[in-house]
Design a protein around this ligand. Structure first.
Ligand code: PAF
Length: 275
């Protein structure tokens, strides 16, 4: 695997490559990321992974400084997964001057759900992803469905800007007890880790109720919030939404997704299930 720290280095490699698949990450790679790398291989001649902890998408007081940085271990995993190129720029390479031009996704997509609790987060994500797309010039890019709203924002950005790149969503990879794999799971204490699969269990219950015919969206959401609170979680939201645009469903809508974000101790976990 070739490691590129500069944009010029990656661009030179890209110019020599055929069809390229891009998998952007912030590192601290787990099996969910590796599944995306494997999936990427099926879509391209060469796979480019990126590792960059993007300051722009963190709010003051969030975990930018403490976000786990495990570069050596990540490189080993990527090499084993058969990734061809790793783009791992410094902050000075990505943002040599303040990033005054930014992508502002529409509030009806980026100001809801996670965007309501992390204002500006999706502006930071869309901006860095747009830069990575311009730098890597890939034919296809893969993002995990665990960050469902992020995937929607990126898809819509690529569509509305006519970017010549195909966006593919990868299925969420879970631990045996159902917990969605996430770099932030590493923040959990042993007791919290034992409690963490409750989020998936509650989402499963809501999804099952919808599949069995319930259309009481508000009642299902409220029941889930109360159940999380009863176990000591602090939920930001549990929300049933339309898969296509994450807007509120009517009673007749199908193609739904139930999404949740909740704090367990000091760790904020997100998860979702398509219904
Ligand atoms: O999902 C992530 O890890 C990040 O939000 C991404 C897409 C790499 C942008 O920094």
């Amino acid at each position: 695997m070739q490691i590129h720290e500069t944009i010029a280095g990656l661009r030179a490699a890209r110019a020599r490559a055929g069809r390229v698949a891009l998998v952007p990450t912030m590192g601290n790679l787990h099996d969910g990321h590796i599944a995306l790398m494997t999936q990427a291989r099926a879509h391209a001649d060469e796979v480019v992974a990126t590792i960059f902890v993007n300051r722009l998408q963190f709010r003051p007081g969030e975990d930018f400084e403490t976000y786990p940085r495990t570069f050596e271990a990540d490189c080993e995993k990527l090499a084993v997964a058969g990734v061809d190129h790793l783009f791992a720029p410094t902050e000075a390479e990505m943002y040599p001057q303040p990033q005054t031009y930014q992508i502002e996704p529409p509030p009806e997509q980026a100001g809801i759900l996670d965007g309501e609790f992390r204002p500006g987060h999706f502006r930071g994500v869309a901006t860095v992803v747009m830069k990575l797309f311009q730098i890597a010039q890939a034919d296809v890019a893969l993002f995990g469905k665990k960050d469902y709203q992020q995937l929607m924002v990126i898809r819509n950005m690529a569509c509305e800007f006519n970017l010549p790149i195909e966006i593919i969503g990868g299925e969420t990879v879970r631990a045996a007890d159902g917990l969605a794999l996430s770099s932030r799971n590493g923040y959990l204490s042993a007791a919290e880790r034992a409690q963490a699969p409750l989020l998936y269990k509650i989402l499963t219950k809501v999804a099952d109720a919808v599949r069995s015919g319930s259309r009481d969206w508000a009642g299902l959401e409220q029941g889930a919030v109360l159940e999380l609170q009863a176990s000591g979680w602090i939920p930001d939201y549990v929300a049933l939404r339309k898969k296509v645009d994450l807007q509120l469903p009517s009673a007749h809508d199908s193609g739904l997704v139930v999404l949740a974000a909740a704090r367990l101790g000091s760790t904020r976990l997100i998860d979702n299930l398509e219904v």
